[in-house]
Design a protein around this ligand. Structure first.
Ligand SMILES: [Zn+2]
Length: 152
């Protein structure tokens, strides 16, 4: 799935999970037109959360509720262990690779971690909807989309 398709499908899920809502009359308007004032300038109502224009906030809400965000630290440390081994021999000591690296050069460690994240984003493995505060795995999103669009 490309990003455009993911966004389109998430928007569709957001529409399915919300009800058109006329804020002036404070009525639900499931047909897309308010029965009272005949307006079609409608908000989306997400039951138990509230109403607002647009679907971006609905998408954020649905993802937060249903998907785990990427644990950047865990994922980066795992990658390092896969590449360089869980332990490293320094002299006669067998030390934890991740701990040694973090201790010896915390700045290089942080730079490598953020480069790793940028790489994942460029390879379309992770996606953020809030400028990098939270990341989701694309494969998680894809299965979430499949589960939720099939059910409709
Ligand atoms: Zn109305």
């Amino acid at each position: 799935m490309c990003l455009k398709e993911i966004n389109k499908k998430l928007e569709k899920i957001a529409f399915n999970k919300t009800i058109p809502f006329c804020y002036s009359c404070y009525n639900e308007a499931p047909t897309g037109t308010c029965k009272t004032c005949h307006s079609d300038d409608l908000m989306r109502l997400l039951p138990e959360y509230g109403c607002e224009y647009g679907t971006d906030w609905v998408i954020e809400n649905i993802l937060e509720e249903n998907l785990e965000t990427v644990d950047i630290t865990e994922s980066f440390e795992q990658m390092i262990e896969d590449c360089y081994g869980e332990t490293t021999k320094v002299g006669f000591l067998e030390l934890l690779t991740v701990e040694v690296m973090k201790d010896q050069d915390p700045i290089a460690w942080d730079i490598a971690k953020s480069e790793y994240m940028d790489g994942l984003e460029q390879d379309n493995q992770v996606i953020t909807f809030d400028n990098g505060s939270n990341y989701y795995w694309i494969h998680d999103l894809e299965s979430f989309i499949e589960d939720n669009l099939e059910a409709v």
